[in-house]
Design a protein around this ligand. Structure first.
Ligand code: UFG
Length: 336
């Protein structure tokens, strides 16, 4: 099959490209490289382009004639979305509309969309299933929910079939060590803790210890990036077989507190982290845990790397390698 991966040079997209290539698919990556990296795209065709450019998109569809599209490209920082909503609505919503309209124009019927737990807002109950009310608290979550809603209209009007995958906390890295998380700036807990261990940062700030959880820190459901990617493959296969659009929540169904993540990182690396106590970060729900029963039952999805230490060890393999490269670069400049 020919699959267009939009945002295939980013964290999750690049792992997806790798998996699709391993599965024997023909892959075309479309990425503007604002936050992605060309060297993270391990094969297939690559087109540098922006979703804001409909002419370019048109060219890509004419040239490559994809059978399906997976859409990973978006801005992902909740705090930034509150300060600059326009950036989020333009990129995450309007640009996605360009993509969908181009698909309709070229009669490409299958779409897999990267959605998020942020569409649910403050949980009314946990674990969160697909029926949970959707009340996003910020423009980031709202921009993703808007796309989910538009997809229902596009199915009715144009027959476009889709699967929306609501990620909880994507984490980990390619077990072979070829890919990993490279956000700039990094805001996610696991890479930040590991950078505090590798020496890229001096400490990790815990955002609040007064939540109603067992140790007072926030609880999240960390799901390995490779398991997320396997869900995409299964979702696309089911979509093409049944022609039934779906929405699935993707997580392990197990929550870990910030404290537990730090302890696990210390266990995996054998090093101590300097912890700084911070204030609560605005908009952080106390507990976010997925009920992924539907994905398990309908897709036969079975996360392999559900163990937190395993997730962190893969992330550490990546972080350690990149910190060694950084050290070598510094030493190189000293001795030059
Ligand atoms: N945290 C810290 N210190 C840090 C960074 C994070 O204590 O330096 C805490 C956060 O407060 C939170 C937990 O670690 O409790 C996880 O934070 P992340 O930033 O790693 O992830 P989030 O849960 O905030 O974000 C995830 C996705 C977003 C999505 C959001 C939905 O990465 O894309 O869930 O709420 F929008």
């Amino acid at each position: 099959m020919k699959i267009l991966v939009v945002g295939g040079a980013g964290y999750i997209g690049s792992h997806m490209v790798k998996l699709l290539l391993e599965q024997g698919h023909s892959v075309i990556t479309f990425d503007n490289l604002f936050s992605g990296f060309r060297d993270a795209v391990l094969g297939g065709a690559f087109v540098k382009g922006d979703l804001a450019n409909r002419t370019k998109l048109d060219e890509v569809f004419t040239t490559y004639r994809p059978d399906a599209v997976m859409h990973f490209a978006s801005y992902i920082q909740v705090g930034e979305s509150v300060k600059d909503p326009s950036k989020y609505y333009l990129n995450n919503f309007t640009n996605t509309m360009n993509l969908l309209d181009t698909m309709v124009k070229h009669d490409v019927k299958y779409f897999i969309f990267s959605s998020t737990a942020a569409i649910f807002g403050e949980p009314e109950y946990v674990p969160i299933d697909e029926a949970h009310p959707k009340n996003p608290l910020n423009p980031y979550g709202r921009s993703k929910l808007m796309v989910e809603q538009v997809l229902q209209d596009y199915e009715r009007a144009y027959g476009l079939k889709s699967v929306c995958l609501r990620y909880f906390n994507a984490a980990g890295a390619d077990p072979e060590g070829l890919l990993g998380e490279r956000h700039e700036p990094e805001t996610h807990l696991i890479p930040l803790v590991l950078q505090a261990i590798s020496g890229k940062r001096k400490d990790i700030t815990v955002f609040g210890r007064d939540y109603e959880t067992q140790d007072g820190t926030c609880i999240r459901d960390y799901i390995h990036v490779v398991d997320l990617c396997s869900a995409h493959s299964l979702a696309l296969a089911r979509l093409m077989k049944t022609n039934e659009s779906r929405r699935y929540n993707l997580g392990n169904g197990a929550g870990f507190s910030v404290n537990e993540v730090i302890q696990a990182a210390e266990r995996v690396t054998g090093a101590k982290v300097t912890v700084v106590e911070g204030e609560r970060r605005e908009g952080d729900p106390a507990i976010l845990v997925a009920d992924a029963t539907l994905a398990r039952e309908e897709l036969g999805w079975n996360p392999v790397y559900f163990d937190l230490d395993n997730i962190i060890s893969h992330a550490w393999q990546w972080e350690y390698a990149s910190s060694q490269v950084a050290v070598a670069a510094v030493q190189g400049s000293v001795f030059r």
